[in-house]
Design a binder for this molecule. Structure first.
Ligand SMILES: [Zn+2]
Length: 382
């Protein structure tokens, strides 16, 4: 059996090319952290990038590959880098998806960019699609536009094509996405946008899931200082009611709310998660082990113990949580910056904190959250 508790994951030998790649990634990481001091890593454990290995192998259901856009691409290299990371960090499988993009970004890209190199490793990877197509259509339509029959058909055709190509569902899709740095978009539509309701129906009919990025605003609030630059608006509007209407629209649609535990605005508390999980049987959450901007809502304390309210939540809903590290993994050939390269610097810390989280969990819960739930929810083959 692959996932025995207490088994040290096998570390595959890495060849010379990969060693060179690793040196490049490491150099970038050190340079990047020193130069940018990126505060997304927040307040806990910033300097730690090497920790104890995870007590069991795990699956990361929320990963982005950086392989370039437009004519020049190297997704082969990004897949090789991901495989090296997986073998090193005890990650059995990854679910890869394009980030939630909008039409104003340079060359939005979707699953087509990386699907071929991924398919050469069917036991290690699955994928979601739509972040560079369906999400673009949702935000292009916006809140005020009428959604025509023609647009609905185009949207549904694209969604069905994504599933035909082997995606387990749709991602990364968003109704509210904060901009954290230059070149990182602000995106906002009502969570019960007609195209999101349509996507829920398509997911329900096809037994697919939706990976949903949703920066929660429980009540209207002034944007905090660190967000108070365009494109973020000065006032953030309450958006929970629309999200609950989306969840209630079609109970066959499984919606995985991404980045749980990594709350940005202070409103996504364990108490609120409990209420929503009670009310909505089709809601799941993927945990990102970066504390976000509201570390009080993160599962781990500063000393890497699990907060009691979180442990109760995980115990009461053991089938509803998976691990979504939001790791960005770049081809070693990628030059230059951009938000993805900044986020890539966070990935070693997320892996280290995920290992600490799994080590702190009781063994029965660790197995469910590390891989059992992911296998069931994403239909991952062994
Ligand atoms: Zn996201």
């Amino acid at each position: 059996m692959l996932f025995r508790v207490g088994t040290r994951p096998r570390v595959l030998p890495i060849g010379e090319k990969n060693c060179a790649s690793w040196r490049a990634v490491l150099a970038l990481t050190i340079l990047g952290i020193a130069a940018l001091g990126f505060s997304f890593l927040s307040t806990q454990g910033q300097a730690q990038t090497s920790g104890a290995p995870p007590p069991i192998e795990w699956m990361d259901v929320h990963v982005h590959l950086i392989g370039g856009r437009g004519a020049w691409r190297d997704y082969e290299g990004a897949v090789s880098a991901a495989l090296a990371v997986m073998d090193e960090a005890g990650i059995r499988k990854m679910v890869v998806m394009p980030p939630p993009q909008v039409s104003t970004q340079q060359s939005p890209y979707d699953y087509e960019s990386f699907v071929e190199p991924l398919k050469r490793h069917p036991r290690r990877f699955a994928f979601l699609g739509g972040g560079g197509s369906l999400n673009v259509m949702i935000h292009e339509a916006g809140d005020n536009a009428r959604v025509s029959g023609a647009l609905r058909r185009r949207f549904e055709d694209q969604a069905m094509e994504i599933l035909r190509q082997g995606a387990r569902g749709f991602g990364e899709i968003t109704a509210h996405h904060l901009s954290h740095l230059s070149g990182h978009p602000y995106e906002s539509v009502a969570a019960d946008h007609p195209l999101l309701l349509l996507l829920a129906d398509i997911s329900g009919r096809n037994d697919a899931l939706i990976d949903f990025h949703f920066d929660l605003v429980a009540e209207d609030m002034k944007a905090p200082e660190w967000l108070a630059t365009p494109p973020n608006p000065a006032v953030l509007r309450a958006n929970l009611a629309g999200f609950e209407r989306l969840l209630g629209h079609n109970r066959s649609a499984r919606i995985v709310w991404a980045h749980a535990g990594s709350d940005m605005l202070g409103h996504w508390t364990p108490g609120l998660s409990r209420k929503l999980l009670e009310r909505h049987s089709n809601l799941y959450m993927s945990l990102r082990m970066a504390p976000g901007r509201a570390p009080q809502n993160h599962p781990l304390t500063k000393t890497k113990e699990i907060r009691p309210d979180w442990l109760r939540l995980l115990r009461d809903f053991p089938d509803r949580f998976v691990l979504g590290g939001d790791q960005f993994i770049a081809s070693p050939a990628i030059q230059g910056g951009g938000p993805g390269m900044v986020f890539a610097q966070r990935a070693p810390l997320v892996r280290e904190r995920t290992a600490a989280f799994l080590a702190a969990l009781p063994a029965d819960l660790a197995g469910r959250i590390a891989y059992e739930n992911a296998i069931r929810l994403y239909k991952l083959r062994d």
